[in-house]
Ligand binder design. Structure first.
Ligand SMILES: NC(=O)c1ccc[n+]([C@@H]2O[C@H](COP(=O)([O-])OP(=O)(O)OC[C@H]3O[C@@H](n4cnc5c(N)ncnc54)[C@H](O)[C@@H]3O)[C@@H](O)[C@H]2O)c1
Length: 329
């Protein structure tokens, strides 16, 4: 099947693209190499995807462009006629959304609207949207269920992701395009988006003999999900292609940031100094996915516990070339 993957040079997008190619899909990748974090890291992701073609059944063609550019998006549908859209491109950092909310609105809401309009005009058969656990806001009714109230996001980023979900509902209602929103919970793994993402940041800090920077007192709790489990969930959603659904894709095993710090130290065989810094107001206290619905309806079943995932991330990091480890993240 011909699939348009937006954000294909990013962390999750590059893994999803490679998994689709490996099973024989024809992927059109789209990304603008946004400089929120190092362009070189994204070019590397894209190279890995290109290199994977030789051993796979599927194909990969990459288009550099911006989802805010409506004409370009419509052109892609006119020329390539993708049947499925996996929309992962976004301004993805939570604290940074406080500094530049307008950019988040333009990319995450206007850009998503462009893609939905083009998908409808191009008669795409399905649309998968990367939402986020952040839509749940700061709450005490754990674990988080998809039917819970999500009217109180506490960052501009979370608000734009919630708006994306609302747009999915509206476009499905008006145009009958099948849409699925996937709420990812703290995705980590090799080649992880580094800026602000705790596992990769700790690995890099320890490798460079710098102290771990930990928000607040480190008791903040997060449900971290290994990239391979997220990729499985995305592909299951593509194959089910429900009419309209929202699913949690998490691990349902929350841990504190201090636990993560210990696991990184253990995997790297080294101790770190810890520097506690103020917790940004955009951070929620806990994320915790209820997976009942995604297990029942998607057959999603995460296989990676955090210790094993971090050990694998450290193993791959240690094999990376020095220039990658020294990127100014
Ligand atoms: N990583 C996580 O823990 C996590 C959690 C919840 C939701 N998500 C969502 O999953 C998706 C992928 O996240 P990721 O971690 O891979 O982030 P990422 O930043 O690595 O990937 C996003 C990609 O989108 C591209 N992009 C940004 N603006 C663009 C634009 N205007 N036009 C075209 N491309 C653009 C970037 O260049 C980047 O390659 C995002 O939508 C993010 O909000 C991620």
């Amino acid at each position: 099947m011909k699939v348009l993957v937006t954000g294909s040079a990013g962390f999750i997008g590059s893994y999803v693209s490679r998994a689709l190619i490996a099973r024989g899909d024809n992927v059109i990748g789209f990304d603008n190499f946004q400089e929120y974090y190092s362009k070189e890291a994204k070019e590397w992701n894209n190279k890995l995807t290109n290199d994977s073609i030789g051993t796979s059944h599927g194909t990969y063609s990459f288009i550099e462009g911006d989802i805010r550019d409506r004409d370009t998006i419509f052109d892609i549908f006119a020329k390539h006629k993708p049947k499925m859209v996996i929309h992962l491109a976004a301004m993805a950092g939570v604290p940074a959304s406080l500094k530049n909310p307008k950019l988040y609105v333009e990319v995450n809401i206007d850009g998503t609207t462009n893609l939905l309009d083009a998908a409808v005009a191009g008669s795409a058969r399905g649309f998968i949207f990367a939402s986020s656990s952040s839509v749940y806001g700061n709450r005490t009714d754990i674990p988080f269920k998809e039917i819970g109230n999500v009217d109180y996001p506490i960052s501009p980023y979370a608000a734009t992701k919630r708006m994306g979900e609302i747009l999915l509902w509206t476009y499905n209602h008006l145009h009958r395009i099948p849409v699925t929103g996937l709420r990812f919970f703290g995705v980590y793994g090799p080649l992880q988006r580094p800026y602000g993402m705790v596992v990769q940041r700790f690995i890099k800090q320890l490798d460079h003999d710098e102290p771990f920077t930990i928000y607040g007192d480190g008791s903040m709790v997060r449900d971290y999900t290994y990239i391979d489990d997220i990729v499985d969930g995305v592909l299951l959603a593509v194959d089910k292609n429900y009419n309209f659904e929202i699913f949690n894709l998490g691990n349902s095993y929350p841990v504190t940031v201090l636990d993560v710090a210990k696991d990184v130290e253990e995997a790297m065989g080294k101790k770190a100094e810890i520097k506690f810094v103020d917790q940004p107001v955009t951070e929620v206290e806990i994320t915790f996915a209820d997976l009942t619905k995604s297990k029942e309806m998607l057959g999603y079943n995460p296989k990676w516990n955090i210790k094993k995932g971090i050990a694998e991330q450290v193993r791959i990091y240690q094999q990376m070339p020095q220039w990658y480890k020294d990127l100014p993240w």
